[in-house]
Design a protein around this ligand. Structure first.
Ligand code: HEC
Ligand code: HEC
Length: 475
């Protein structure tokens, strides 16, 4: 007999724990009369020790099948209601000791793990879960810890399927243990622990929230997804040009998924394009920089808006999964803008020769009729290196609005666009190469080269770009 069985026997059958047992109406042979007499023929409470004594008497008195059946029945009592401590040892401790990630990691990239809620002893675990409001003693099946375990994403493909199996195992283990633990008077009455001994996440709430996958997706949408038009034509799955490239290079060129940002992010997270140890050396940056030979040529230069967005997201992701944020102050500070990529093109022609191949940024400001002036915050912006030889520059606009503003909501639901109107275009040129030295640098007054009023309906499409003659720029 192994240790676990032994403890069940000593604590269960030979213990004095009270156990509910409904009366049996089955015919159990010549023992039936005694049985009815014992239980009164209806649901009643028997103690296991009295049950065992009775079983023993029966087996002396009737050395035959019926008595054996009673012994089996007595054992069933302990099988149905084993001691909480044994369930804890058998079901919860293995989760605590397992090197595998819990199902929580499907949504919490760091800061939260089911293991953080478990202590090596049953009592300490139960009490601190209770103190944190995670156990419903009267209705253990409604406990909040079960609700946390039961959180799941709609998508159940791939890795999510493995997590689903883990989740079901965790749920079954906690449900079984909580049921017996919540009924255990010894656990119900034990005093609360000192606050420092409470299990649960160590990281502050701000970090736990930041490390959630839905937050990562929000940031992905605002950064990488908003800049996808810089890569669209070639990389969006199912487009005509992507189909052609796919025949030559394989499925890997279709990394922008036609089903949207979530599928694209999931693909990238599972791909070899992100280097979490050295995010700045991720292929997702080195390819468009053409530092690793890129079929699409140079699509980023260090410090441009596309690079900043991709690099910012990659750095943050790497910090998050390594659990390297220690306090709320170390988290990145968002600029409070929501960004929307478009296929609206703008072109500047007749550029002065001295701008060479520098990075040029154009900001578009809307007219604010209430204040009778141009908005200070641009409604759209874009940047790219000048094509010095052709003395021109062109690119797609990224629109932006304060997060959760009415404007951002409209763009989110109906798609981003600019109404036909007059706008002010302000132009900056990084002739000093400031961005190459500091990828986070922003162009400002010292890079300013002039402004021009533009009237446009901003149609989408490469063939319909808004063209502005740089001769019209005024300081
Ligand atoms: C399907 C995604 C998902 C899974 C899986 C998941 N959570 Fe969460 N969790 C969330 C979301 C979303 C929130 C914030 C919304 C809320 O407070 O209800 C959250 C909030 C929390 C919070 C509160 C932090 C706060 O912001 O107030 C804790 C603690 C937590 N989860 C722990 C866990 C644990 C432990 C597990 C695993 C047993 C788990 N979660 C599994 C999505 C998930
Ligand atoms: C003009 C077409 C074109 C554009 C635009 C383009 N690429 Fe590419 N890209 C390619 C081709 C072709 C390949 C396959 C050959 C190679 O690996 O370089 C590729 C490969 C890649 C790869 C490697 C994929 C893998 O799994 O091996 C990455 C990453 C990548 N591009 C990123 C980008 C990013 C980011 C942008 C936008 C900023 C971009 N590309 C814009 C044509 C393009």
């Amino acid at each position: 007999m192994n240790g676990a069985e032994n403890s069940i026997l000593t604590r269960g059958i030979c213990g004095s724990k009270e156990t509910r047992w409904g009366a049996s109406t089955r015919n159990i042979g010549s023992g039936a009369g005694k049985w009815k007499q014992f239980t009164g023929g209806r649901a009643s409470v028997v103690t296991i020790s009295s049950c065992v004594r009775w079983c023993a008497r029966m087996s002396i008195k009737y050395a035959h099948v019926a008595a054996i059946a009673m012994v089996v029945a007595c054992r069933l009592v302990t099988a149905a209601e084993p001691a909480a401590e044994d369930v804890f040892a058998r079901r919860i401790l293995p989760i605590f000791n397992s090197p595998n990630p819990s199902s929580c990691t499907q949504c919490h990239l760091a800061g939260v793990d089911l293991k953080q809620y478990i202590r090596p002893s049953e009592e300490a675990t139960f009490v601190s879960l209770r103190e944190q409001g995670l156990v419903d003693i009267e209705r253990p099946e409604n406990s909040k810890i079960l609700k946390l375990i039961n959180m799941r994403e709609a998508n159940q493909a791939g890795a999510a399927l493995i997590q689903e199996k883990t989740r079901q195992a965790e749920y079954a283990a906690f449900a079984e243990w909580l049921k017996v633990a919540a009924a255990d008077p010894k656990l119900r009455e034990v005093a609360p622990p000192a606050p420092e001994r409470r299990p649960g996440p160590e990281r502050p709430l701000e970090i736990i929230r930041h490390a959630r996958k839905d937050r990562l997706l929000e940031s992905f949408e605002n950064n990488i997804w908003a800049m996808r038009f810089r890569c669209m034509g070639c990389h969006v799955e199912g487009s005509e040009s992507n189909d052609k490239l796919r025949q030559k290079h394989g499925d890997r060129v279709a990394w922008i998924k036609s089903t949207g940002p979530q599928a694209t992010m999931e693909y990238l997270l599972a791909s070899r394009l992100i280097d979490v140890q050295h995010p700045e050396r991720s292929l997702l940056l080195l390819k468009p920089l053409n530092e690793v030979k890129h079929g699409g040529g140079k699509k980023f230069i260090v410090g441009d808006q596309g690079y900043q967005a991709f690099r910012g997201w990659l750095d943050d992701y790497a910090m998050t999964v390594a659990d390297r944020y220690s306090d709320a102050a170390s988290l990145p500070k968002p600029d409070g803008l929501e960004r929307f990529g478009t296929d609206v093109w703008i072109k500047l022609s007749n550029l002065p020769a001295e701008w060479g191949d520098s990075l040029l940024q154009a900001d578009i400001h809307a007219w604010a009729p209430q204040r009778n002036e141009w908005d200070t915050q641009p409604i759209a912006s874009t940047d790219r290196a000048v094509w010095g030889k052709g003395r021109q520059w062109q690119h797609t606009l990224t629109l932006s609005a304060p997060a959760d503003s009415a404007q951002a909501k409209t763009w989110r639901t109906s798609g981003p666009s600019l109404p036909a109107d007059r706008y002010l275009m302000r132009v900056y040129v990084d002739r000093a190469g400031r961005k190459a030295r500091d990828w986070q640098a922003r162009l400002g007054q010292e890079d300013y080269v002039g402004q021009v009023e533009v009237q446009s309906a901003w149609p989408a499409g490469y063939g319909k770009m808004t063209i502005v003659d740089a001769d019209r720029l005024e300081k």
